[in-house]
Design a binder for this molecule. Structure first.
Ligand SMILES: *[C@@H]1O[C@H](CO)[C@@H](O)[C@H](O)[C@H]1NC(C)=O
Ligand SMILES: *[C@@H]1O[C@H](CO)[C@@H](O)[C@H](O)[C@H]1NC(C)=O
Ligand SMILES: *[C@@H]1O[C@H](CO)[C@@H](O)[C@H](O)[C@H]1NC(C)=O
Ligand SMILES: *[C@@H]1O[C@H](CO)[C@@H](O)[C@H](O)[C@H]1NC(C)=O
Length: 417
């Protein structure tokens, strides 16, 4: 990675005119139902029902346009589904966004597949027999495996249940298939000590495409401390085997953060604390060496909203697009406030990892449902070079978190290639 720095710095200046600027350059020619890829995609999850005049859950895609100042919805909307917890993946084979859908009429879990170019559903929603724990999407983990052309989903099998099933939805299939095991069946006896804890957080899983292992962050109540402890589990979905269970801290990485597979380094990246410090880093977990090392320090101002980390095309292997707190449209970088440095016990059996509260789409979305809109917070996009620690590109404000439904920040962020 270090050796790459010089090249990346040299390319940086030239690349700055590509990257985030790309969608706006294409804007003139945009047909809203045929978005030109590559594009930076977000999502909508509330919309006005034009018949009833009230805001209702809906799920659809949005894309960034016009001088990078807003995400514009396109394609399908008013579907009666909602997306939470940043549960989605981009499938480069089908050029589709694979997203969690919480069906508002019956609270069921579904997989929705949207065509990135048209924003239309590719097929009917696929029902998966796992359920959210207390709030939409909580307890559920979902990632797409582009090598094996399938989506793996796990979650509680009944509300307040103690067993977590594993399911697969093959690309192009219209039904989910039970993989035939539960986490509790494949975990060594006593792994969860005083009890498995559900995690309120975003991006709690990632697939390593070379092995197909499904890596997920989970939590337990520690026998020793009676406090929350986070683990990283490597599940082999085909063999129904728990291949690895690692307890944080893992090397440089102190605690569970949102997980994103990074093809450039072939590791799982996660914002976390450097072990033994309150310094925020992007940790790089190598799933074959089982080590976690610091890839880059991360200023608090760059803590990614909702854990979004996506990799822009044409900018080498070390640049990540992050959504971060913006002070004003003129936008310097602004700290998101004091980060949580400890896990938070939210209610019986539900915990939130440190840092995630600040990232807070899930928390904001929940407040929105329960108490009305929380204070708004402008967000902008930056391209951050993970190798040099430099911001190579930034936009003005692109969305406001925590504002009225329909105009808030996306529930996902993917560079669609
Ligand atoms: C919109 O509101 C109307 C009238 O209340 C209702 O019949 C319709 O089902 C709603 N649409 C959706 C997608 O929920
Ligand atoms: C939803 O679709 C209607 C037309 O059917 C359109 O007027 C509206 O702007 C769309 N809303 C979003 C958020 O896409
Ligand atoms: C862990 O279990 C103990 C004993 O039941 C309980 O007092 C404590 O609150 C639990 N901690 C968490 C984080 O759930
Ligand atoms: C970026 O990553 C890809 C995939 O791992 C690799 O083929 C390519 O050589 C890398 N490029 C650079 C500049 O490191």
């Amino acid at each position: 990675m270090k050796a790459l720095s010089a090249i990346v710095v040299a390319l940086g200046t030239a690349m700055a005119v590509l990257g985030l600027v790309r969608p706006s350059e294409a804007a003139a020619a945009i047909d809203p139902n045929n978005v030109k890829l590559p594009a930076l995609l977000g999502s909508i999850f509330f919309d006005l029902n034009h018949t009833s005049g009230s805001w209702e859950a809906c799920e659809g895609l949005s894309y960034l346009v016009e001088g990078d100042t807003e995400f514009v919805p396109y394609g399908m909307n008013e579907t009666g589904y909602a997306q939470f917890a940043a549960l989605s993946s981009y499938d480069p084979n089908r050029k589709c966004v694979v997203a969690y859908g919480y069906k508002t009429t019956d609270t069921s879990t579904n997989v929705l597949i949207f065509d990135a170019e048209t924003g239309q559903l590719v097929g009917p929603p696929v029902w998966v027999p796992v359920v959210s724990y207390e709030f939409p999407g909580v307890g559920i983990r979902m990632s797409h495996d582009h090598e094996r052309k399938r989506t793996i989903i796990t979650g509680p099998m009944e509300s307040y249940g103690t067993s977590h099933g594993f399911y697969v939805v093959g690309d192009g299939h219209q039904e989910s298939k039970d993989l035939g095991f539960t986490l509790e069946q494949i975990a060594p006896r006593g792994l969860f000590q005083l009890g498995y804890l559900e995690v309120l957080g975003t991006k709690l899983s990632a697939i390593d495409p070379s092995t197909g292992f499904f890596w997920e962050g989970v939590a337990r109540n520690s026998t020793d401390t009676k406090a929350t402890e986070f683990l990283l589990l490597g599940v082999n979905p085909d063999e129904g085997r728990l291949e690895h269970s690692l307890v944080f801290p893992i090397g440089d990485c102190e605690v569970l953060g949102p997980l994103t597979w990074h093809e450039g380094s072939r590791t799982i990246l996660m914002p976390t604390f450097r072990t033994g410090t309150r310094e925020i880093i992007v940790g790089s977990f190598d799933p074959s060496a089982l080590t976690c090392v610091t890839m880059q320090s991360l200023p608090l101002a760059l803590l990614p909203y909702s854990g979004f980390m996506t990799f822009p095309p044409g900018q080498g292997n070390t640049t990540a697009t992050l959504m971060v707190n913006a002070a004003s449209p003129a936008a310097g970088l602004q700290d998101a406030g004091t980060p949580n440095t400890e896990a938070v016990v939210l209610s019986r059996g539900l915990v939130s990892p440190p840092l995630q509260d600040a990232a807070g789409l899930t928390a904001a979305a929940l407040r929105r449902l329960q108490q009305g809109p929380p204070p708004s917070n402008p967000q902008m996009l930056v391209d951050f070079d993970l190798s040099t620690g430099e911001v190579v590109q930034r936009t003005g404000t692109v969305c406001m978190s925590g504002v009225a439904p329909g105009v808030g920040c996306p529930g996902q962020l993917h560079w669609a290639l």
